[in-house]
Every structure is written in structure tokens, then in C-alpha cells.
Design a protein around this ligand. Sequence first.
Ligand code: HEC
Ligand code: HEC
Length: 284
Amino acid sequence: MTTTDVLHQTEPRAGASAAPCHTTPAADPYRWHIIGASVILTATLPALVALMVLGAPKPPPPPWSIQAAALGVDPHEITLGETTYLGACALCHGKSGEGIPRLGKPLRNSAFVQGAGDAELFDLLVNGRLPNDPANTSGTLMPARGAQGIDDARLAAVVTYLRAIQDPNAPTVSVEAWNTRPADGTGDALAAAGGPGYELFIASCSACHGANGEGMEGLGKPLKASDFIASKSDSEMVAFVKTGRPVWDELNTTGLDMPPKGGNPALTDEQIAEIVSFIRTLQQ
Ligand code: HEC
Ligand code: HEC
């Protein structure tokens, strides 16, 4: 093959496009610039997007998802249990189940909770545990259905929540401080004598006045042997509990607030009357 032959072959054949040679891609001096630029663009854009997606902070996992997976339940069940717990149980057992001395026992990392089956826990929440129950070591009432008539579905969710706050790797918490049931059976007598007012008292008043009305330093006065209570009729006592005694009241003796209805606006007049009859049994 001669040089002339080669030149001939590259020449456009007769009848083919008459476009001048310098506009074909092969001859475009910017060809590689354009190819290079488009390769860079097509490769870097997705790479940038991928980096942004991977580098963005991961959205937090939905609450309780880890515990729910471990327990094989829907996370919403635990959330419902938690909400119910905060509304009905935290008052006595603490916001995160740490327990409150002289009220509810610890429930987080609790040997009792871990040792009890679901049905046993559910029964306890439905029925409560009276001060004279052999299993009761504090002498304080654990009220039935959180003292708020909580329905079965919510109590079952609370059982699931109690499971979710057990850490199998953490040591269980001591309940020694709650083993205060008087050996002489005073608590039993109170529960027996107090009737329905006792349960209401425990739920609304004992946080400040103590489970046996003995008073709590910096919170509420003793309600045993009170001249004030002795001097008032039942209806005057109901009226007093409804208004409370704010710090600015000239009759206030402690500089602490006695909130209207003990801070529980749901109490009816009849319920307050029952609490008053219970308080009467403390006066001897
Ligand atoms: C008015 C206070 C009060 C409320 C409200 C209350 N508890 Fe209790 N709870 C107690 C007391 C006091 C005890 C300890 C009784 C005893 O000495 O055995 C107790 C015991 C328990 C125990 C057994 C613990 C153990 O170690 O034996 C569980 C479980 C429990 N409560 C769960 C709940 C749940 C869940 C709720 C809410 C639905 C609730 N409690 C509401 C006062 C309360
Ligand atoms: C948040 C704490 C708190 C709660 C809850 C509470 N109290 Fe009180 N209560 C007080 C304080 C503080 C006083 C004392 C006020 C003063 O300085 O005179 C008091 C005083 C009283 C007195 C007057 C005692 C006396 O000798 O003067 C009675 C009766 C009483 N409370 C009943 C109740 C009843 C019944 C309940 C439940 C429905 C209740 N309290 C709930 C804090 C509380």
C-alpha cells in the first residue's frame, strides 16, 4: 500500500456528506476537552450526592426501637406504656422508675420485675398490693390500676414498658430502703380502718404527708394529732382540702404550699370526704 492509497481511503467517498473535514468530531480540537469535562461532570455529581447522603447525620432511630426489637414487640406498645407510666405511676415510682423512698419501690433493673412473669405483673397492676399483703414490705399501699382506673390494654402496655427498662447487664437495685413495714402491723391497721379514703389519701396526699400521715420534712405537716384537724367539722375539712393553704396565707405555719386538693383537681367532694374520714382515724 502506498501513501497515496491511504490518502485516497480517508477522502470522502463520492456521494457521501459534503461537510467540510474540520467540522467532523475527529478533527475537533476541543473533542477531548469536551469528553473530559463531561466525564468529570457525570462522575463527580453522583459522587458528591453520594457523599452528602452518606455524610449527613443519620436520623435518630425511633424511640424504643432497640428494646422493641429485643422484646419482639411494636415500639408503639412501649411508648404507650411509657406515657401511661408517666401519668399514673411516676408519682410514686419516679420518672424513670428509680423508686421514691417511702412511696413506690424501684422498677428499673428491679429483681422483682425481672423475676415475675407477664401475667403476674399484670395481676399486680390490676389488683395493687395492700399494706397487709404478705408480699408488702413497705407497709404502703400499691393502688389498684394506678388509682386511676387504667384499662387492661394500657396496663398490658405498662408491663411491656417495665420489660423495656430492665438492662440485663446491669445489677438489680436494692429495695432495702423500702423494707419499712412496721413489725407491729400499724400499716395493716391503717389500711383496714381507712376504707376507700386510705387509697385516695395514698394517691393524692401521701407524697407530702407520708404514707401514714406522719408528715415529711420540707414537704407536708404531720396529720396525726393535729389540733387544727380536731377543731374542724368534716365539711370544714373538705372545704380546707379544696382550697389548700398557700404560703401567703396568714395561717400558713411552714412557708410551704398546701396545694388545692393536694394538686389533684380530679378529686370529687365525695372522695375528699372519704379522705377526711381516713384522716380522722389518724387522730387518737
Ligand atoms: C400511690 C403510690 C403508687 C402508685 C400510683 C403506683 N404504685 Fe406501684 N407500688 C407502690 C408501693 C408503695 C409499692 C411497694 C409495696 C410493697 O411494699 O410491696 C409498689 C410496688 C409496685 C411493684 C412491685 C415492686 C416490687 O419490687 O415488689 C410494681 C411492679 C409496681 N408497683 C408497679 C406500678 C405501676 C406500673 C404503676 C402504675 C400503673 C404503679 N405501680 C403505681 C406505690 C404506688
Ligand atoms: C405538695 C405537697 C402537699 C400535698 C400533695 C398535700 N399537702 Fe396537705 N399540706 C401541705 C403543706 C406544706 C401543709 C402545711 C401548710 C402550712 O404551713 O400550714 C399542709 C397542710 C395540710 C393540712 C393542715 C394540717 C394542720 O395541722 O394545719 C391538712 C388537713 C392537709 N394538708 C391535708 C391534705 C390532704 C387531705 C391532701 C390530699 C388531698 C394533702 N394535704 C396533700 C402539703 C401538701
